[in-house]
Design a protein around this ligand. Structure first.
Ligand code: PLZ
Length: 462
């Protein structure tokens, strides 16, 4: 929306300056970065591969709930949860206690050598909480990318077909197969090829930009047409989709899109995989985001929030599909490590007891109430979207639909300097995303939103 001079002035004068937002959860006691962080950054530069970026110039020393304290004693308010990992809060006491108890009992055996109960318990919980009342089985792994790789292996084994369909703007990981399955070239793929074959990309529903708006069925038909043209259904092993795209820009597909793809896949013996590594485990206001779209995935990949901060991932699927794998066909040295399983059980226990899906839905309402009017107030805001505690703001050059990554980097620098841990996303880097721990208090969330709103007002006023 174009603003008149008067409304622009009104908007600005109504908004507190960033520096005037009271520091309650946050507490900055040195310049940012402080002297200890600066000294560590020199060593980082000398010893750490520069390919591993660090968005924040400060080094964490400890964390609790939604607050991260750096080595100089500055407190930061966490609106990223380590990329959707610490949903139950950082160093959640039950997770810490479970890890401590398990690690004194055993550190590792390898489940395929000497099994232990924790692994089976986590698989049972995965069966209970993932969508669909049919019989399910799981395999546990270490990272999201490893879960995606295994889901593709299982789908190929079950169908005997080669091709995997991915969605435009998808992110599935950084290993060779998952790089092939990821859209964005730089930084993820450039110079790292050749990539795994038999991966084909089809359009996703992107209501703001795809021309179909909220007509998800029409968007799905166009996508299916593409799959038939480029591959033909008889060669497709699986379609994999993030039910809310994460790195791609927190894109929520229009209603009917996923369901149409899912029904078409089932009509042709194609396995439907939901990658819920970022959107799963309560983040969107339901246990799994597929539940919003009337889809019961054949396979579902999870990681991140499952372990409450410890590395663990899973593929969970219909028993008849999982049963297609020959003994020894999936696994690995560390997958489902007993300490990570203990952390996962504690983390799932907190989600159940605290009803974190409801909490995530509440966070979504608070953010929407605060930010729902941003696109009418600021020309640079094209969209405020998301489900539950997975919310984002997409920025464009005023008066156009051209993505504006510059304003995003200015806003993000300003709020990070003011003590927020926050992330961007979007294929063009023009989206700010909010992924707070689900246990964040209303006061903490309010403080974070005040800082962000002030930064948007200050940066768009130029
Ligand atoms: N699938 C949907 O979101 C990880 C990536 C951060 P790993 N997203 C954060 C980065 O810069 O690498 C992700 C995801 C979805 C798969 C993955 C991969 O999960 O645990 O990072 O391998």
């Amino acid at each position: 929306m174009m603003m008149t001079q008067d409304t622009a002035t009104l908007t600005r004068s109504n908004t507190t300056a960033i520096k005037d937002v009271p520091q309650v959860a946050r507490k900055l006691v040195t310049e940012i970065p402080g002297p200890r962080s600066r000294a560590l950054m020199e060593e980082h530069t000398q010893y750490v591969c520069p390919g591993v970026g660090s968005a924040m110039p400060v080094f964490a020393e400890s964390a609790s709930g939604s607050v991260i304290t750096d080595v100089d004693g500055n407190r930061f308010l966490d609106l990223a949860a380590g990329i959707a990992v610490t949903g139950v809060g950082n160093a959640a006491p039950e997770v810490v206690a479970a890890v401590q108890a398990e690690v004194t009992k055993m550190t590792h055996t390898n489940f395929a050598t000497t099994p232990y109960a924790g692994y089976v318990e986590v698989c049972k919980k995965l069966s209970e909480h993932t969508p669909g009342s049919f019989a399910k089985k799981s395999v546990l792994l270490n990272s999201g990318a490893e879960a995606v790789e295994n889901a593709v292996k299982i789908a190929r084994r079950y169908t005997g077909r080669p091709t995997v369909i991915v969605m435009d703007n998808a992110f599935h990981g950084r290993t060779n197969l998952t790089m092939a399955m990821t859209t964005k070239s730089s930084p993820y793929k450039r110079g790292f090829g050749p990539f795994a074959p038999d991966v084909v990309s089809a359009p996703y529903s992107y209501p703001l930009r795809d021309g179909f708006g909220q007509d998800g069925v029409a968007a799905a038909k166009a996508s299916i047409e593409r799959m038939e043209l480029l591959v033909g259904h008889g060669d497709i092993a699986a379609i994999i989709a993030e039910p809310v795209q994460g790195e791609g820009g927190f894109i929520v597909p229009a209603n009917g899109f996923l369901k149409t793809l899912y029904d078409w896949a089932h009509g042709h013996g194609i396995v439907f995989i939901s990658d819920e590594i970022q959107a799963g485990f309560c983040r969107t206001g339901k246990w799994f985001a597929s539940e919003y779209f009337d889809v019961e995935p054949d396979l579902i990949t999870t990681a991140k929030a499952l372990g409450g901060g410890m590395p663990i991932s899973a593929v969970t699927g219909r028993a008849e599909i999982m049963d297609a794998v020959q003994p020894g066909g999936v696994g690995g040295t560390y997958g489902g490590n007993p300490v990570s399983c203990a952390a996962a059980m504690a983390s799932i226990g907190i989600m159940e007891r605290e009803d974190l899906p409801a909490r995530a839905a509440h966070i979504g309402e608070v953010v929407h109430e605060r930010f729902g009017t941003l696109s009418s107030r600021f020309d640079c805001v094209a969209d405020v979207r998301g489900l539950g505690a997975m919310q984002a703001i997409e920025f464009v050059k005023p008066g156009t639909t051209e993505p504006d990554a510059d304003i995003v980097s200015r806003i993000v620098s300003a709020v990070r300097a003011a003590g927020l841990v926050i992330l961007t996303c979007g294929i063009s880097g023009n989206v700010i995303r909010l992924l707070p721990p689900l246990v964040i208090s209303d006061e903490e969330l309010g403080e974070g939103l005040d800082v962000l709103e002030a930064a948007i007002a200050e940066c768009s006023a130029r």
